[in-house]
Design a binder for this molecule. Structure first.
Ligand code: HEC
Ligand code: HEC
Ligand code: HEC
Length: 408
């Protein structure tokens, strides 16, 4: 008996030492590195390619890489990364040759976007997008955009601090989050006449709806999106820019999903961010005005074919703040803070509205219909959503945030 106990004790000791050693190893060595492979690629920068690439970047890259201070893609701290994963900074991807990607080759960019491995062999964790199924031509378009004279990419000298991944992130990067293989076959665009195929491509490969809209980022299958746990059934929790937890919607045609939505309802929600009940979708569900009406319908057509999942996803209740400031109350009630944060900066700087629209009349007109001022804008139209009596105090509050920013 005593001997058995002794042996058990020894085994336990060995386990403790092994686990402790492994933990120390993971903590000290960080995210694993890999040997970067090679992609032979030279992309011709034509105006058509650049325009299509910009559109993809509007859907996939700009929110994460936009630096509100410079107005260019010079990177920033990611405010919405759940703290258990540590602190991450999106990189400077302007054409600066020292701190940006001015010296990266087309092949190096392609390799990173396909696999997640940077040219120095470091691995970009899951919050950097990966595009294993994007059509070859669409990938080339993105690279052409990155090489173009688009003002968003003009060189900015700005070195983003190194990210500080948590132990959990380092651990997950050893067991779950791994680099993806390069495609073995050429990847063509879907046949434009096949609506369901076009929709499937947008959801799974191009606009990447499935990652957020399946149940858990850790159980997503990047290579075979349809095999992701809870595929498109929603319920994945993520913070908005005010730190509030928002769950993704159920996009299947179950009763608890969008089964009762008409095609027109869906197209409006997707392109402009307004639901059939006139509530506005909260961050990180930023509208997709860059999708054409036909593309948004194609997504609807595809979603109809997806197996139903029963999952009634609760929506966050409207945030009610008390106090004398009616504008501040409206700001929170309608969820402006969801995209603009508590200070008005968020990922999209609302504070410049005070300067861009000097009269309240103009500012209110913008808030009602931003798309009439700037086609393709990702700010939802609030006409008919905000109660008429709330516009004036809301505009005053936007000015207050703007003044605070300019320090006067
Ligand atoms: C969800 C946020 C997010 C999205 C979306 C995103 N990125 Fe990134 N990106 C990051 C982060 C974070 C890093 C830094 C990764 C790290 O810490 O290693 C990064 C790194 C990079 C780098 C490496 C630069 C360097 O110097 O190391 C390139 C190039 C890049 N991103 C391009 C893109 C492009 C192109 C897109 C759109 C197709 C895109 N990113 C979409 C967050 C994002
Ligand atoms: C970055 C994560 C993210 C991406 C990418 C994303 N969504 Fe969402 N989506 C959300 C979140 C979060 C919500 C819930 C918003 C809320 O409660 O106001 C949502 C809500 C929705 C809703 C409303 C559902 C309902 O029941 O009210 C629709 C429709 C929708 N998304 C469609 C799409 C489509 C189509 C795509 C791809 C083109 C997409 N989303 C991409 C995060 C995302
Ligand atoms: C779904 C995300 C989202 C929500 C919610 C949202 N906005 Fe915006 N807003 C944006 C984006 C994106 C921009 C940047 C537009 C651009 O490209 O110039 C913006 C810009 C602005 C600007 C600055 C305009 C300028 O160019 O000077 C004002 C003012 C503004 N928003 C007011 C509001 C108010 C008020 C609310 C709440 C009623 C609100 N926003 C809610 C996304 C959002």
């Amino acid at each position: 008996m005593r001997k058995a106990l002794k042996v058990l004790g020894l085994i336990l000791l060995v386990i403790v030492v092994l686990v402790g050693g492994a933990a120390a190893y993971i903590a000290l060595s960080g995210i694993p590195r890999y040997t970067p492979g090679k992609v032979e690629l030279t992309v011709e920068v034509t105006p058509e390619r650049v325009a299509r690439g910009r559109r993809t970047a509007d859907m996939l890259c700009i929110a994460c890489h936009m630096d509100a201070d410079t107005g260019k893609l010079s990177g920033h701290r990611m405010p919405d990364l759940p703290p258990q994963f540590g602190v991450a900074y999106s990189a400077n991807i302007t054409q600066d040759r020292e701190t940006g990607i001015g010296t990266w080759t087309d092949g190096e960019i392609a390799y990173l976007l396909r696999t997640g491995i940077k040219r120095d062999g470091s691995y970009a964790p899951p919050w950097m997008v990966k595009l294993p199924n994007l059509a070859d031509e669409d990938l080339k378009d993105v690279i052409a955009f990155l090489r173009s004279d688009d003002p968003l990419l003009a060189p900015v000298k700005h070195k983003t601090p190194p990210s500080e991944p948590s132990f959990l992130t380092k651990f997950l990067c050893r067991v779950a989050f791994k680099p993806l293989p390069l495609p073995e076959q050429p990847l063509p665009r879907p046949d434009a006449g096949d609506h369901v195929a076009v929709g499937r491509y947008l959801v799974n490969a191009h606009a990447l709806c499935f990652g957020c809209h399946s149940v858990d980022f850790a159980k997503v299958d990047d290579l075979h999106p349809e095999k992701s746990a809870g595929y498109l059934g929603g319920g994945n929790a993520m913070p908005d820019l005010s730190g509030r937890k928002v769950l993704t919607g159920n996009l299947t045609f179950d009763e608890t999903g969008i089964g009762k939505w008409s095609e027109a309802d869906f197209v409006r929600a997707l392109r402009f961010g307004v639901r059939p009940d006139r509530s506005v979708l909260l961050y990180p569900m930023v509208p997709y005005p860059e999708l054409t009406e036909a593309e948004a319908r194609a997504v609807y057509a595809y979603l109809r074919t997806v197996p139903h999942i029963q999952n009634a996803v609760p929506r966050p209740a409207a945030q009610e703040v008390t106090g004398a400031d009616a504008g501040r109350a409206a700001f929170y009630h309608y969820g402006c803070n969801s995209c603009h944060g508590d200070t008005g900066l968020g990922m999209f700087d609302l504070r410049k509205g005070a300067r861009d629209f000097p009269t309240d009349e103009a500012l209110i007109a913008y808030i009602r219909h931003p798309e009439q001022f700037k086609p393709g804008v990702k700010m939802p139209p609030w006409d008919g959503v905000i109660a008429e009596e709330d516009f004036a105090s809301l505009a005053a509050y936007v000015r207050k945030l703007g003044l605070r920013a300019s320090g006067s």
